[in-house]
Write a protein that binds this ligand. Sequence first.
Ligand code: ADP
Ligand code: ZN
Length: 296
Amino acid sequence: MTALYGGIEAGGTKFVCAVASGPGDVRAEVRFPTTSPAETIGRSISFFQEQAAVAPLAAIGIAAFGPVDPNPASPTFGYITTTPKSGWANTDFASAVQRALGLPVGFDTDVNGAALGEHRWGAAQGLDTFIYLTIGTGVGGGGMVGGQLMHGLIHPEMGHIRLPRPKDDDFPGICPYHGDCFEGLACGPALQARWGQPAETLPPDHPAWDMQAQTIALALCNYIFTLSPQRIIIGGGVMAQAQMFPLVRRKVQALLAGYVQSSAILGAGIDTYIVPPGLGNMAGVLGAIALAQAAG
Ligand code: ADP
Ligand code: ZN
């Protein structure tokens, strides 16, 4: 019998919970807004309790917005730690789920989860060094180096790098820690703060998008130079703007200026180098399923 797993994609705006054995076999799925930890985690637990009554689950995976503590040896393993998201700092997440459901729990950042899912089933199959970036309520990046999910000291915080700004641009950015870091300039709420309307209501030809593509391209160049990824996958609500991919690819090529000599980046290669998730808008929750499989 195929083992079934539970996955929680815990985003800053919404949670997605699913029961699945893989992409072709999603048995149940719910989406709901991120409110308080008690309510949102409680709702996730109730969903899995109902599902476990239908068919047993082998393990649960949680792919969470962060910063998180992903170190199993740490006393605060499975916590969301210093997040600026109101009410969520120092939230015990993984062990609350583990205690309520009595199942093994795999826990990592949302982007590492999505990276694992993309590696197993999506756009990163066969690669060993790649990045998964999300641009949504926040900006985050994870992925693999040499076939291992990136952890290290804690986990990468690719959304908080500093980038050169246009001289005449005085938007202060919205990161409570750094102001105009990458996330402070380019997450969905930053677009709303700068342009005075929700990002999804900005028309595709709005000047916001050219500026946004330049910011993203600068960040990608830094990742390409420091990590040498074999591919860069970009998901998250803001990247639902499909016109962004060709713009970002062109700007990355211009900024690299031919310095990185690889057919993967030069010419048409870039079209399969900077890509949306192969698993589409299921990348996050299937990533959580992949984390569950690794834990179960
Ligand atoms: P989460 O961060 O909870 O995982 P998302 O990745 O969907 O959720 O990100 C939500 C953010 O994406 C919000 O700031 C929203 O304004 C923005 N967003 C959602 N859809 C679009 C769209 N079609 N175009 C641009 N921005 C969008
Ligand atoms: Zn920041």
